[in-house]
Design a binder for this molecule. Sequence first.
Ligand code: 5AD
Ligand code: SF4
Length: 374
Amino acid sequence: MKYYIVTYGCQMNVHESEKLAAICEKMGYTLAEKREEADLIVFNTCAIREGAEDRVFGNVGALKKLKKQKKDLIIAVCGCMTQKETTANHIMRTFPFVDIVIGTFNLPNFEYYVNAVKKGRQLEILESGEIDELVPYKRTSGENAWVNIMQGCNNFCTYCIVPYVRGREKSRSEENILKEIREVVAEGKYKKITLLGQNVNSYGKDLSPAVSFAKLLKDICQIEGDFKLWFMTSHPKDLTDEVIDVIANEDKILKDIHLPAQSGNNRILNLMNRRYTREKYLGIIEKIREKMPNCRITSDFIVGFPTETEEEFEDTMSLVEQVKYDSIFAFMYSPREGTVASKMEEQISQEVKQRRVNALLALEKKIQKQEGKK
Ligand code: 5AD
Ligand code: SF4
């Protein structure tokens, strides 16, 4: 019996697929080289933009034929998309040949669902589910080991679906994180450890007693071994001077910070509920460069947020010009059902968004050429 996992979206999903892979192997499945050979196909989905969802619909739909030829094939769709009830229902209705539709909160129960389907029950969606510390990972990212430090997000940026599909922030205990990293380091094959969380800088605020992200970083660096430490994603409003100092002072921590700005305009940042200004953001960049002149800095930007004018978009261009990032991701705003921004009037046309994203990417290319950045 073979399994095949198709992963969409961010590193968190890549890492959760490593958990799914471990569950499949525990059940006795082995990895198939391609989906046609598999007895169990899992789609681990992403809901961040419409494009990501459309790809899932297309790829799941394409399995109809395979399922006809192979009656016992089990097809599961899970992750952020299916955490939304309307999308989960839509998938069940549109693709009746899909056996399992579950959200992010139910991943730890994946084995239960597969067994239920084998006994002839179809399409389970149950709520609940906790971070399951006991499920092991089948690590699949070469020399890099992902280590999840927290789930969820409390920020409710007005464009973002994440708080709805991943719930509120919930930190893992420092003890469990350190234990996992000690084990990973002891295996000797991982040269890089990447801490994952939607907003790593607010790590530990929900623990009692609270543990700061700076302390977590310092404690991890105390672990003996030949490894580099990286983390993502940082929110500018929570990146403290203390964390910047720790990054600067600890040799094990990579001098590489992903610090999404999203926009360079204060009115748009406010509408996005980002809770920092362009000036505050630039102040953080200055501090980073002062302490670590060669630090890599990367960012995400959204263009065409509802009501964004040409001048406001130009502020994003000028921020990119000013910071001279090592690399940026630029996205066209995509309305997500249920978020505050999707209900705002004056949505920007596709044509304008496309033009702005092209302009931003062209600017980035120009800067990279000038600065000789990679
Ligand atoms: N539309 C476009 N881009 C988005 N992002 C998050 N939500 C949306 C959306 N609705 C982008 C942000 C974030 C990155 C992971 O995805 O830039 O930092
Ligand atoms: Fe989404 Fe904002 Fe949370 Fe990032 S910080 S996951 S953009 S709500």
